[in-house]
Write a protein that binds this ligand. Structure first.
Ligand code: NAD
Length: 315
């Protein structure tokens, strides 16, 4: 299958590399010139589970995408704030048969994608794979993961297309599955990101350190309650105590991931980059305003993260 990876940072590179290894025709599209130049010149370099590999993959700057670069499937892996400009640059290659899969963290991306792609060709999901950038043209890919996804529109044809995409992802070893309950899964992951990401970034702590404080439980519970109330307005039922328990059991465990800094911390504190806060807690605030649900914790956390971005001069 011809596959375009739109946003070939850490995660896009992982998916591109794994699908290329499975024999698919992969094109990387990205907006970071140094990264694209490095891949064009020397290939994509990856520390792949401890092994150094170099993969020759075609890469193009998103501003240089042309009509003939069409593909059957576009996998979106920008940061949330880059999504709209990526889709704008991809307009020449989005045609009647193009399927678009979005695996970004955060909620509500389909509202942006719908402006560029018919609803029946949009597929949404989330992933437990991880990846990290080590510099232009270079990524670090460790461990294993899964993908859960579904068609946005409930028609038999869209479902069949979703199942075909699942098969394609599985041909690359990406452990994908079709999930009827994908909106629940997206909200559940957003609850993890909506607590750990912003809080550890503002408090400059890892998840274990935050979880060891006497106030962590109350703060996390209040944020998850806001996600849950907003989700309820969209007929998605989140059990607050179950999700808080999930976060406390998994994120604070120092034997597994507790000593890690969440990705937002890495973006802002380590790399001085703008964050996805507007598409996680900020999205809950916007949805709360729409549905008449108060979201003071999410609003305050979003504002604090923006303060921090400005103090640090993040770009
Ligand atoms: P990323 O930051 O690695 O890449 C996103 C875009 O930013 C790419 O276009 C990339 O080229 C660009 N970029 C990266 N570093 C840059 C730099 N120093 N200067 C200029 N541009 C730069 O993002 P990602 O981690 O691949 O995440 C993509 C999406 O997937 C996000 O929504 C994220 O939340 C989600 N996600 C990430 C992970 C993970 O482990 N990284 C896991 C699950 C979901």
């Amino acid at each position: 299958m011809k596959i375009t990876i739109a946003g070939a940072g850490a995660m896009g590179s992982r998916f591109g590399l794994m699908l290329h290894q499975a024999g698919h025709e992969v094109l990387l599209v990205d907006g970071w010139k140094d990264h694209v130049d490095a891949i064009q010149k020397e290939g994509l370099k990856a520390n792949y589970n401890g092994e150094e590999i170099v993969v020759k993959l075609p890469a193009v700057l998103q501003s240089e995408v042309t009509e003939e670069m069409t593909s059957d499937l576009i996998i979106l892996f920008t940061k949330a704030m880059q999504l709209e400009s990526m889709l704008t640059d991809l307009k020449p290659v989005i045609h009647d048969e193009t399927k678009v899969l979005c695996l970004l963290n955060g909620i509500g991306h389909e509202e942006v994608i719908e402006q560029f792609v018919p609803k029946e060709d949009i597929f949404i999901g989330n992933t437990m794979w991880t990846a990290g950038m080590e510099g232009p043209g270079r990524v670090k890919l460790f461990g294993s993961g899964t993908v859960a996804m579904k068609n946005l529109v409930d028609t038999p044809e869209a479902k069949a297309n979703a199942e075909e995409i699942v098969e394609v992802l599985n041909s690359g070893g990406l452990n994908a599955s079709y999930s009827e309950n994908i909106l629940f899964a997206i909200y559940k992951k957003a609850c993890v990101n909506g607590t750990m990401n912003g809080l550890c970034t503002i408090l400059m702590s890892n998840m274990y350190e935050f979880g060891s404080t006497t106030t962590a439980h109350l703060i996390v519970e209040n944020i998850v309650k806001e996600f849950s109330e907003v989700a309820k307005s969209e007929n998605i039922l989140l059990n607050v105590s179950e999700i808080v328990d999930f976060i406390e059991t998994n994120c604070y465990n120092r034997e597994t991931i507790g000593l890690h800094h969440p990705s937002m911390y890495q973006d802002l504190i380590e790399n001085n980059r703008l964050t996805e806060i507007d598409y996680i807690n900020g999205a809950v605030v916007r949805k709360g305003q729409k549905y008449g649900v108060p979201t003071p914790y999410c609003e305050f956390l979003t504002a604090l993260v923006h303060c921090k971005e400005q103090i640090l001069g993040a770009k």
